[in-house]
Design a protein around this ligand. Structure first.
Ligand SMILES: [Zn+2]
Ligand SMILES: [Zn+2]
Length: 417
C-alpha cells in the first residue's frame, strides 16, 4: 500500500533520533504552563530542521512552527470527502501536540525515567511532542504541498486548558488555520492501529463542588445537631438519579462524585459543621449538559433543605466535548488507511467519557482528533505510574501528522497499489 518514497520510510530512518529526543523529554518532565525546557528544545529542533518561522510564548509556553509549502499549484486533490466542495480544501493546516507532564511519581526503572520527583510523563505527551517534531522535520525537508502548516506545541493539556490559553492569546488570529489535527497515543488499541470517529470522540468535562453546612455537634447527641455527613450520604445517592431519570436513555452521560471531605478520623464523636463533595459531570451534547446542570442545583438544595442543612453548588465547565468535523475525519481516515492499510483503521471508534482540551481548537476550527494505537499487550495504561510511551510508533505517528497535512494541502495522490 505504501510507496517507497513515502514519509514513513523517511521517518523510519530517523527513528533512533526521535527515540533519543523522546527519552530526553521523558527524563525531564514539566507540569502545565511550566514547559520551559521542553519549549526550548522544541524551538531549537524546529530551527535546526529549517522550519520557516518559530514563535514562542503563545499561551504561556506554547510554540508554533510555520512551514511554507513549495508546490506552486495544487495538484489534483486526494479523494474528496463526501459532501465537501472541491474548493473547501484547506490552505493552512494546524497540527497539535501537547507538551505537559503530570504531578505524579514515576515507578519505572528504565534509564530515561523521570529525574524530577513528583513529575512524570504518564500520558505520553513526550511522545506526541516528538512525533510532531518528526513531522516538522519531514515537512520542512519535503515541502511538497501548497499553503502552510502550523505545528502547534501547546502547554498544559492536563486539566489546565493550555489549548484555550493559546487561542485566547491569538493563536488562530495570528496563524489562520482551516483544518486542525490532534492525536493521542492509545494503549488500549494495538500498536499500528489508528482509530477515530466522524463525530463525538471525547466528552465534555464539568467539575462540581458541593459544600454542605450543618451545625455540628456531639455524636452522642445528634438530635441537637444538623449532621452534614448524613446529608452528604443522601446527596450522593440522589445525584445518581440525574443520569437514571433526567437523561434520555439513548444519550450518554456520567455523574461521579469522587472526593469527599468530612470530619476528622481521630474524632469518633464529633459531628462536623461542614462536608464537601467534589465530582465530575460528563456528556457529549450541549442539551444534555445543560439539563444536568439545571437539575443539579435544585436537587442539591432540596436534599439539604430536607434535613435542615444548607448546600452550595459550584458548577464549572472545564473542557467542552471533543467532536470531530465529519468531512475532516473522513480525510483523516483516508490518510490513515494509506499509511497502515484499511483493516488497521477503526473509523467508528466508540467515544470515550474522558476529556481533552483539543476540544477548544475544534470549537474554533474544523478538524479531527485521532487515536494512535500503542498497545503491546501488557503495557501500563495512561496515567499509571508505570506508563512509558511506546517508542516503536514514533515514526508512524510522525508520518501520520505529516501526511494529514500534506494530503490536505493537495499533495498529488500517492500511487495506490
Ligand atoms: Zn492525560
Ligand atoms: Zn494525554
Amino acid at each position: 500500500m505504501w510507496t517507497p518514497e513515502g514519509p514513513l520510510q523517511r521517518l523510519d530512518a530517523w527513528h533512533a533520533e526521535l527515540t533519543r529526543l523522546r527519552r530526553d523529554l521523558h527524563a525531564h518532565p514539566e507540569l502545565g504552563f511550566q514547559e520551559q525546557r521542553t519549549a526550548e528544545l522544541v524551538a531549537g529542533q524546529l530551527r535546526a530542521y529549517g522550519v520557516d518561522e518559530v514563535h514562542r510564548g503563545i499561551g504561556g509556553t506554547g510554540v508554533v512552527g510555520v512551514i511554507h509549502g513549495r508546490q506552486a499549484q495544487p495538484a489534483p486533490a486526494p479523494q474528496e470527502p463526501p459532501g465537501m466542495a472541491a474548493e473547501a480544501w484547506p490552505r493552512a493546516v494546524g497540527l497539535r501536540a501537547d507538551m505537559d507532564a503530570l504531578p505524579m511519581h514515576e515507578e519505572n526503572e528504565q534509564p530515561w525515567r523521570s529525574t524530577r520527583p513528583g513529575v512524570m510523563h504518564a500520558c505520553g505527551h513526550d511522545g506526541h511532542t516528538v512525533m510532531l517534531l518528526g513531522a516538522a522535520r519531514y515537512l520542512a525537508a519535503s515541502r511538497a504541498f501548497s499553503g502552510r502548516v502550523h505545528c502547534i506545541f501547546q502547554p498544559a493539556e492536563e486539566g489546565l486548558g493550555g489549548a484555550r490559553a493559546m487561542i485566547d492569546d491569538g493563536l488562530f488570529a495570528r496563524f489562520p488555520t482551516d483544518w486542525m489535527f490532534g492525536m493521542h497515543n492509545w494503549p488500549q488499541l494495538p500498536a499500528g492501529r489508528i482509530g477515530l470517529a466522524p463525530g463525538a470522540m471525547m466528552a465534555a468535562a464539568d467539575r462540581i463542588t458541593i459544600h454542605i453546612s450543618g451545625s455540628g455537634g456531639h455524636g452522642a447527641h445528634p438530635h441537637l445537631a444538623v449532621d452534614p455527613v448524613l446529608v452528604a450520604g443522601h446527596m450522593i445517592t440522589a445525584v445518581q438519579t440525574l443520569v437514571a431519570r433526567d437523561v434520555d436513555p439513548a444519550q450518554h452521560a456520567v455523574v461521579s462524585l469522587c472526593a469527599m471531605q468530612a470530619g476528622d478520623l481521630g474524632a469518633m464523636s464529633v459531628i462536623p459543621r461542614r462536608v464537601s463533595l467534589v465530582g465530575t459531570v460528563r456528556s457529549f451534547r450541549a442539551d444534555v449538559q445543560q439539563a444536568l446542570q439545571a437539575r443539579l442545583g435544585p436537587l442539591v438544595q432540596s436534599v439539604a433543605l430536607a434535613f435542615g442543612a444548607q448546600a452550595e453548588l459550584v458548577y464549572e465547565r472545564v473542557y467542552p466535548a471533543t467532536i470531530n468535523t465529519p468531512h475532516v475525519a473522513y480525510h483523516a481516515a483516508q490518510v490513515a488507511a494509506e499509511l497502515v492499510g484499511d483493516a488497521a483503521v477503526v473509523r467508528d471508534l466508540p467515544p470515550s467519557m474522558g476529556a481533552e482540551d483539543f476540544s477548544f481548537m475544534l470549537q474554533a476550527v474544523p478538524g479531527a482528533y485521532l487515536r494512535l494505537g500503542t498497545g503491546t499487550g501488557g503495557g501500563a495504561q495512561l496515567h499509571s505510574p508505570r506508563f512509558d510511551f511506546n517508542d516503536a510508533v514514533l515514526p508512524l505517528g510522525a508520518a501520520l501528522y505529516a501526511r494529514l497535512a500534506e494530503r490536505a494541502l493537495s499533495q498529488p495522490r500517492v500511487q495506490m497499489l
